[in-house]
Design a protein around this ligand. Structure first.
Ligand SMILES: [Ca+2]
Length: 498
């Protein structure tokens, strides 16, 4: 790439804008013009993230098990992404990817055991340097203290569901009440008392609905006695798949704990398949009640934005650090590259730019959030960020050269739930996964014919050509993002040492 190509690419990347912008002069004023906001009217950003909220537990994504009226409102008044994926489906790593816009092997947090190096470049730091007021409230989960924020108030580690301790700018304080409410209270408080007229970026991060799903009193009985339908793959026997799918430790049947997860003892005499179904009901009653509290609290925030006049110039983003298995494949938890955990919900409302009620199927990643926010704020996207701005997509367009495949790499093994290390590639139609370390196994799914991923067709003669193509694409992506077996070995030595 020569110098002028690079300059041009940087410019276009900053714009978050495709070929249509190529003719425009390279100045940021021009960019703001493109987005219909003049200088000084950069969007405020509220980035709402929950922990482990699967897209199929939002009614706007077609949930069969619950309703989320307030979250649906963001979709109805904005855009819903059908194909937002995470690059390493576990809590701390996804957060580190979002902050840095770099894959785990570059930001250093490949698993939940490693500490985030807070001296790294992050998008909140860049926004702050560009004149944004920045705040981080709620679940942080990166071990080191937050950096790049004018204000932060976070849960230590996983945090508690009730009467939480929070660390406010380094000072520990204990609060009385339900954590989902308290985090929202802090956000509203911060919004009401902001220093001045700077644009702001608020990270509003819930602990819920993370294990072990402790509802508040208000929602605790909401699903009691409701017969929650079983997912279609509840009885998956992993027949066609590798040992990785069989040897995990996250089944509802064997690993969902009485009483840590169920909170109560099962009814007398219940066993076998009946016990598995009972556990699923208990799981869903609590998980969905936790989600309902999040939904109510997001509603409070949306109401405040309306009442305060902030709604028009504030971009509201809703996502979760990754998806979750809600009994799908007989599991709880996440980690695997299979759809339910790979997919993140992503809803974005920004009245000045986004047509209400739109749905987009472009493949976007947690890697893209930072570049998108920077583009919208008129901040240059650093060359070493690995994501792409989807600002153009928010306007309902599809950049001609948008990605058609994504790369995933999960590392935390041996570890909780014993999901083997794997990396893979997903295209619109196919998914190829390689499990490695103490196994060497491949899986291939034709998502068009087999959306539930029950039929591994790796090795099937009908798929020889596509397998070759996918392996080449996987290698291309690994090279593009700078991942390799050697790097993995080096990083995992560090992790396991801890
Ligand atoms: Ca999580």
């Amino acid at each position: 790439m020569n110098v002028s190509d690079r300059t041009r690419r940087d410019f276009l990347k900053t714009l978050g804008w495709g070929a249509a912008a190529a003719a425009l002069p390279g100045c940021l004023e021009g960019e703001r013009g493109l987005f219909g906001t003049g200088p000084g009217e950069r969007p405020n950003i509220i980035f709402i993230m929950t922990d482990d909220h699967a897209a199929h537990a939002l009614s706007c994504y077609g949930s069969k098990i619950n309703e989320t009226p307030h979250l649906d409102r963001i979709a109805r008044e904005g855009m819903r992404f059908e194909n937002c994926f995470c690059t390493n489906g576990i809590c701390a790593p996804s957060r580190a990817v979002i902050l840095t816009s770099k894959y785990s092997h570059l930001n250093g947090v490949v698993d939940n055991r490693l500490e985030f190096d807070g001296s790294q470049q992050t998008f909140p730091k860049l926004l702050r340097q560009a004149g944004y007021e920045t705040a981080m409230v709620g679940k942080w989960h990166l071990k080191s203290d937050p950096t790049g924020f004018d204000y932060w108030n976070v849960l230590p580690g996983q945090g508690a569901y009730h009467n939480p301790v929070m660390i406010e700018m380094g000072e520990r304080k204990k609060y009385t009440g339900y954590t989902t409410d308290i985090i929202t209270d802090h956000c509203l408080e911060w919004l009401k008392n902001r220093a001045g007229d700077k644009p702001f970026c608020l990270m509003y991060h819930h602990k819920a609905p993370h294990r072990n799903w402790q509802p508040d009193e208000k929602h605790a009985d909401m699903y009691k006695g409701v017969d929650i339908p079983l997912p279609e793959t509840f009885d998956d026997d992993y027949r066609t798949r590798s040992d990785a799918a069989r040897q995990q430790e996250m089944t509802i049947e064997r690993h969902f704990q009485i009483t840590y997860d169920t909170k109560v003892e099962p009814p007398e005499g219940i066993e076998g398949y009946e016990l598995k179904k009972w556990k699923y009901q208990r799981y869903m009653e609590d998980y969905l009640a936790c989600v309902a509290s999040v939904d109510d609290n997001v509603g409070r925030l949306l109401d405040y934005l309306e009442a305060s006049g902030l709604a028009e110039n504030t971009m509201v983003v809703y996502t979760s650090d990754q998806g979750f298995y809600l009994g799908d494949h007989g599991w709880f938890d996440k980690r695997f590259m299979y759809e339910e955990a790979l997919r993140m919900p992503l809803l974005v409302r920004y009245p000045q730019m986004i047509k209400p009620g739109t749905v987009h199927d472009a493949m976007v990643l947690n890697l893209d959030f930072g570049p998108t926010f920077l583009a919208l704020a008129g901040v240059e996207i650093p060359e070493d960020m690995q994501g792409e701005s989807f600002a153009e997509i928010l306007r309902g367009k599809r950049p001609r050269d948008w990605r058609r495949s994504m790369y995933y790499h999960y590392y935390e093994y041996p570890g909780s739930h014993q999901v083997k290390r794997h990396y893979g590639v997903r295209t619109q139609r196919y998914k190829l996964i390689h499990f490695y370390y103490d196994i060497d196994a491949w899986e291939l799914f034709d998502l068009e014919k087999d959306p539930h991923e029950l039929n591994n067709v790796y090795g099937d003669p009908a798929y020889i050509d596509i397998t070759k193509e996918l392996k080449a694409e996987l290698e291309r992506l690994r090279k593009k993002y700078g991942d390799s077996d050697e790097l993995t070995q080096k990083i995992m030595k560090e992790s396991i040492k801890d």
